[in-house]
Design a protein around this ligand. Structure first.
Ligand code: ADP
Length: 262
């Protein structure tokens, strides 16, 4: 393609350096171009099947002149909603991956926010026979963050915890105001579940977009395979990072590290 340019470096002088720099830039451009191409291919792949199923159902109804039964309409509607959310997620992800996600950072009381988020998912957890609890070693911690994006991070982690924990399980959200890691001080929040866990060989791919552990296992849960990827990029955009520990059949812990606000 256009970007497959590589000039052989023959001299060690200024020209050699210029050519080396040029080659490095070409490589980086090619990597960006590859990433973009992969994203487009992934998106096309994700959208194609549900869209063609909906198309078939609608065409079939049109050709036979039969009414679409209400439950099929409901399912079609759910699918349209799901695709809409997928497009929204992809938009956030592509902005975040390109480092172009504009954050609206302000001082945020993280413990208050977490309490609210836990409250928001409590009903869904209880409907699934799960207990959910929030623990904090402090009354209030301020981080400099985009409240909407941070909410999305924890909603994604909690939705997963609920999805992948069988009835009778417990989900704990644990906040620690000061944790030292990599020579910096962070506020850290763990989302701990007693669910199905993740095999260790899957962990390195977990934050890749569209990655789902055992596709069959995850399909019926209705996720998109983007939740963790988005969470990872949103936390990174805040100068933090996410760690995961998991034991199959025992449970999973995701820990979000956020830089402490001054
Ligand atoms: P999905 O929309 O499929 O949930 P995510 O990016 O949120 O996509 O998660 C990727 C995969 O990681 C999931 O399909 C699931 O297999 C696995 N996973 C995520 N969170 C958990 C968890 N708390 N327990 C077990 N498996 C999980």
């Amino acid at each position: 393609g256009d970007l497959d340019v590589n000039v052989p470096v023959q001299s060690k002088d200024e020209y050699g350096k210029v050519i080396q720099t040029f080659n490095d830039m070409t490589l980086r451009l090619r990597e960006a171009e590859d990433a973009r191409r992969r994203l487009v291919a992934d998106v096309a792949h994700e959208l194609r099947t549900p869209l063609s199923i909906m198309q078939l159902k609608l065409e079939n109804a049109q050709q036979t002149g039969q009414f679409i039964p209400p439950e099929m309409l409901l399912r079609l509607h759910d699918e349209v909603i799901r695709l809409g959310l997928l497009v929204e997620d992809l938009h956030v992800l592509s902005l975040a991956e390109a480092g172009r996600l504009a954050l609206d950072c302000k001082p945020l009381d993280l413990s208050a926010k977490l309490e609210q988020v836990v409250d928001d998912v409590k009903m869904e957890a209880e409907e699934n026979g799960l207990e959910i609890r929030f623990y904090s070693n402090t009354r209030s911690v301020t981080v400099i963050a985009d409240a909407r994006r941070i909410t999305q991070v924890f909603i994604n982690l909690l939705t997963n915890a609920i999805r992948y924990t069988p009835e009778g399980g417990v989900i704990s959200v644990v906040m620690e105001d000061r944790a030292l890691d990599r020579n910096a001080v962070y506020t850290c929040v763990s989302v701990i579940d007693t669910g199905i866990g993740i095999p260790s060989e899957e962990l390195p791919h977990l934050f890749d977009r569209f990655y789902r552990v055992e596709k069959a296992r995850s399909r019926h849960t209705g996720g998109t395979g983007l939740g963790l990827s988005i969470a990872h990029h949103l936390v990174r955009a805040h100068g933090g990072f996410i760690q995961v520990m998991s034991e199959p059949d025992q449970g999973t812990t995701f820990t979000v590290y956020l830089p402490l606000g001054k």
